[in-house]
Design a protein around this ligand. Structure first.
Ligand SMILES: *Cc1c(COP(=O)(O)O)cnc(C)c1O
Length: 409
């Protein structure tokens, strides 16, 4: 039975919404993007959402908006997809990596220990869709001792008066922490709408602006929107509405070109409308069926889907095996692939990748990240999976484990 890892969710509503865009005569940034931004606001409770063409470009925008420049430091976990660090490098700043907890979320004590007078931003990552301890992070940046270390070098840094908390929520749309949805847990949150994410626009991302006073989030939305359109004061849609001098525009500053087209927004718009009622519950069904099976196996460590404080949005099912080595995990992956089941590892800690090794990061400094990585296999999780397929995946994983367990004995 051939089982893909993460095919996109494309039903008739998605197809109809895209066709509607094609037939409307307007395919780049316009009404569909506006509608998607509105739906993200509705889902998360945030007042302002700006769509962009990827999480990565959105992060670069926010870093530039905050005035990040060469020599500045941004604290991130070592255990994440590389885009978290690459966005920082693109701005000439230094990604300061810290270790994570056993539940994959960033370690708060490690963040505190990493703060210096160059630290400008703290960027936690909601791995697999499980939110970090945001109360702790938000409290940390407001601690008098930590605030004293903050040396603002831009107007927005002076206005905030402390380090910015920017959430890498690429995985966590629909998740919640202490009753509050991802999107309003920090100053700024960025979701990814990449093809494998819970909601997709093919490629895309959304920036949720939740800045405290004296910031006016509606004003910051307008400024960040200019950032996505080459700093151009009038977008193509507004110009197209025609009449008199509507063709005139100005270039206010040197921005980026990272706006989301309507043709992409249409896919996400159809999905987000049924996210809470259909897509998330279906992902939960898959996770629960895995839980039922693997909770009976003494060798399996189940991922946290919910606890007192947090609800995951079931982005990944990050299964770990107790007491196995990285090599044994790799052998299991080969065995599972032989059954035509596509599995993955989330993630190779960045200090193990060439770029970061060359920059001097060493995996020995991140023992929990390495341990999480070495014992992890991500199983397929998406609405289209049938119970029969899930059971097939479970037995394939069990068979793979038994093979390596026999070798040990
Ligand atoms: C997917 C992902 C990103 C990057 O998202 P893009 O939209 O592809 O730029 C960033 N961080 C994490 C944790 C991701 O998984």
């Amino acid at each position: 039975m051939r089982i893909p890892f993460s095919p996109p969710f494309i039903d008739q509503d998605v197809i109809s919404e895209v066709i509607d865009t094609l037939e409307s005569g307007w395919i780049t940034t316009g009404p569909k993007v506006k509608a998607l931004e509105g739906e993200v606001c509705r889902l998360t409770g945030v007042s302002q959402t700006l769509c962009v063409n990827s999480w990565t470009s959105g992060a670069i925008l926010v870093l530039k908006w905050f005035g990040i420049q060469e020599g500045d430091e941004v604290i991130i976990p070592a255990y994440t997809y590389s885009a978290t660090a690459l966005a920082v490098l693109h701005c000439g700043a230094v990604p300061v990596m810290v270790d994570v907890n056993e539940d994959f979320t960033v370690n708060i004590d490690a963040i505190r220990a990493a703060v210096t007078e160059k630290t400008k931003i703290i960027m936690p990552v909601d791995i697999a869709g499980l939110p970090c301890d945001y109360d702790a992070v938000n409290m940390l940046v407001n601690e008098p001792g930590i605030k004293l270390k903050f040396r603002p070098t831009s107007a927005n840094q002076r206005k905030l008066g402390r380090m910015l908390v920017l959430s890498d929520a690429a995985h966590s749309i629909g998740a919640s922490y202490r009753g509050k949805p991802a999107g309003i847990l920090t100053d700024i949150t960025i979701f990814s709408f990449h093809a494998v994410k819970n909601i997709t626009t093919g490629e895309g991302g959304a920036i949720c602006i939740n800045l405290p006073v004296p910031f006016d989030c509606a004003e910051e939305y307008k400024i960040m929107r200019l950032w996505t359109l080459n700093g151009q004061t009038k977008d193509a849609f507004t110009k197209s509405q025609g009449g008199g001098n509507s063709w005139k525009y100005d270039i206010a500053f040197q921005g980026l070109k990272i706006n989301m087209p309507d043709i992409c927004a249409a896919i996400g718009l159809a999905q987000i409308k049924k996210y809470k009622e259909v897509i998330m519950p279906e992902r939960k069904r898959v996770a629960q069926r895995y839980h039922e099976f693997f909770s009976k196996k003494s060798w399996a460590q189940l991922p946290i889907m919910a606890d007192e404080d947090r609800n995951s949005c079931y982005h990944l099912y990050a299964l770990r095996m107790n007491d196995i080595s990285e090599e044994e995990r790799d052998e299991m992956m080969v065995s599972i692939a032989e059954d035509e089941v596509s599995v993955n590892v989330h993630f190779i800690p960045m200090p193990m990748l060439t770029l970061f090794k060359d920059l001097g990061y060493r995996i020995e400094d991140y023992p929990v990240s390495y341990d999480n990585y070495s014992r992890e296999i991500s199983l397929p999780i998406y609405p289209q999976l049938t119970d029969e397929q899930i059971d097939y995946i479970c037995s394939s994983v069990e068979k793979a484990y038994e093979k390596i367990a026999q070798k040990v004995v």
